[in-house]
Design a protein around this ligand. Structure first.
Ligand code: ACO
Length: 331
């Protein structure tokens, strides 16, 4: 019989520095608090100091998750870090840096690149190792430091992102608890609507990169919005069907925190009242791969997610990628 796999503990890290919409206006960006709140729901975000990188946030979130799960370093078999803002381009992976800093020995460690869908992709991947018996405890982290990738002269994208990390320890749980079903999706034909154009092997970093800012995030906001809303509702309904569930069975929806209007659209389509939808976007903006584990952590701390409940997560982001995972909460 296959094992049930669930989340044994969660942890998060948000940098202490708060950057409000007013602070962005004060930086000389042609925008306003009113416009940002109205179009995105974001009031402030957390931004790292210059010296901090993605692995620093990931390590703290992981330590907190290990503490909550009461799991020691020696029990962890595998580390997966979902990130698209690694400490180093190419290699070494951020996961290896995290593995070393946590003192984990004889474990596999790799990064997973699926942008804002990264955590759901990584959780689904990590769960396979536990289900097959290959691993007992898997550390899955979603961590991003997109403030360092943002073009701070582009008002349509710089207002959206914040930094943070969220971590989960995956392990075996009692039958009937944990991940019920997951789906991973992609459509590379939409790659160009959200990308970092320079710095990879397609278009290497050059002198002109500095003038064009092409090593920063390029985003066609409206297209991203459309693809997101057109894909995630169908994906979640398909996923629910697969599990013999309907949207009415969802106790809490934890969507990727990209834009309050996307969250409202999706929950409206699913017929879910605001009490069944978790959102913290006004405090943190879009923390990319970190947004879902941070939201799960807060939902548990606030008592909005308790054992026995059905929680549905949906990630979507660059690639284009989207992914869902439905869990019956608890161990
Ligand atoms: N302040 C004031 N005006 C602005 C701002 C701003 N910060 N940004 C854009 N505008 C202006 C535009 O210039 C435009 O002006 P114009 O009509 O004179 O040309 C006007 O506002 C409308 O622009 P739109 O782009 O149509 O605005 P929209 O309502 O679509 O909101 C937004 C833009 C917030 C970016 C929205 O499209 C969005 O959230 N898209 C999804 C983005 C997203 O989620 N990205 C992350 C995905 S996850 C990942 O993997 C990284």
């Amino acid at each position: 019989m296959s094992r049930s796999v669930g989340i044994l503990g969660l942890g998060k890290y948000l940098p202490p520095r708060i950057v409000t919409n007013a602070d962005i206006v004060a930086m000389g960006i042609d925008t306003s608090d009113e416009w940002i709140v109205d179009r995105t729901g974001i009031r402030e975000r957390r931004i790292v100091d210059e010296s901090m990188a993605t692995s620093d946030m990931a390590v703290i979130a992981a330590q907190r998750a290990m503490e909550r799960a009461q799991v020691e370093a020696k029990e962890i078999d595998l580390v997966i870090v979902a990130t698209t803002s690694p400490d180093y381009l190419g290699f070494p992976s951020t996961a290896c840096l995290v593995q070393d800093r946590l003192g984990l020995r004889n474990v596999g460690a790799f990064d997973l690149s699926a942008a804002c869908s990264g955590f759901v992709y990584a959780m689904t991947t990590g769960a396979q190792f536990v289900e097959t018996g290959h691993c007992k405890k898997v550390l899955v982290i979603g961590a991003d430091c997109l403030s360092k990738w943002v073009d701070w002269t582009d008002r349509s994208s710089c207002i959206l992102f914040g930094d943070g990390a969220g971590a989960a320890i995956l392990g075996e749980v009692q039958p009937g608890r944990g991940i019920i079903t997951s789906t991973l999706n992609s459509d590379g034909s939409e790659a160009s609507i959200l990308m970092i154009k320079d710095g990879g092997t397609r278009s290497m970093f050059s002198k002109t990169t500095l003038d064009t800012q092409a090593n920063h995030i390029y985003m066609e906001g409206r297209s991203v919005f459309k693809v997101a809303v057109n894909t995630v509702v169908t994906a979640l309904v398909d996923s629910l069907n697969k599990a013999g569930l309907t949207p009415q069975d969802i106790d809490l929806l934890v969507p990727h925190q990209a834009n309050a209007r996307i969250i409202e659209y999706v929950s409206g389509k699913l017929g879910l009242p605001p009490t069944k939808v978790f959102s913290n976007i006004e405090k943190y903006g879009n923390t990319s791969a970190a947004s879902i584990p941070i939201a799960l952590d807060e939902a548990v701390s606030e008592g909005r997610l308790v054992p026995g409940q059905i929680v549905a997560t949906i990630g979507f982001g660059a690639g284009f990628t989207w992914a869902t995972s439905i869990l019956r909460w608890g161990v």
